[in-house]
Design a protein around this ligand. Structure first.
Ligand code: SAM
Length: 178
């Protein structure tokens, strides 16, 4: 579920703002404040997030079929980049600690982006990436289709994703695009 432009009330007023653009899937989330590398930018909120089916709006929190959450906040507008500036860190056993973290210095007015395969194993809605960064991977489908090297190059991936990749590779199903 995404807030729409018509009904828009910022979830994190003064911190983030959705920049709505015409057309489908073209909007994004901008930082209003500046953030330092490594800084926790927002807590996802244990009472705000809900479990839901895998969808283009969900974030995966584990390897189980049911392990997908809806953010129910403006954070759903964070687009993917192959050179991301933030990460969703859902690695704590304590859900109150699940957070959005800056991977690098973020100046006010910067669009936020995370590397979708850092949380998603096999995405519901793959797409051709338009991040236009030098290391763009093209088709984004989830970590299942990437090598360990491609994942760790983006600085953060959920620990269970890296374990799953190691398991896949141990079983001889290594991705050839190294
Ligand atoms: C949760 S939405 C993110 C917000 C979305 N831009 C919107 O306006 O609703 C995820 C969808 O945004 C689009 N998207 C996000 N990052 C993208 C990228 N780097 N290149 C192309 N499409 C992207 C894809 O359609 C993806 O399924």
């Amino acid at each position: 579920m995404k807030p729409t432009q018509e009904s828009y009330t910022p979830t994190f007023a003064g911190t983030f703002v959705v920049e709505f653009a015409p057309g489908e899937f073209t909007s994004g989330l901008k930082a209003i404040e500046g953030f330092d590398a490594g800084q926790t930018m927002a807590l996802l909120g244990r009472d705000r997030i809900t479990k839901g089916p895998k969808a283009y709006t969900s974030v995966q929190c584990g390897r189980g079929k049911e392990d997908h959450i809806e953010l129910n906040s403006d954070l759903v507008y964070i687009n993917h980049s192959c050179e991301p500036n933030v990460a969703f860190d859902l690695s704590s056993a304590d859900r109150t600690k699940w957070n959005l973290r800056a991977l690098k210095r973020i100046e006010p007015g910067t669009f936020l982006t995370f590397f979708y395969p850092s949380t998603e194993w096999d995405m519901d809605q793959p797409f051709t990436c338009q991040c236009k960064t030098p290391t763009c991977l093209g088709m984004i489908q989830g970590a299942k289709y990437l090598s360990r090297k491609q994942l760790v190059a983006r600085e953060f991936a959920s620990p269970w994703i890296l374990e799953e990749v190691d398991e896949r590779d141990k079983n001889g199903k290594a991705v050839s695009r190294l």
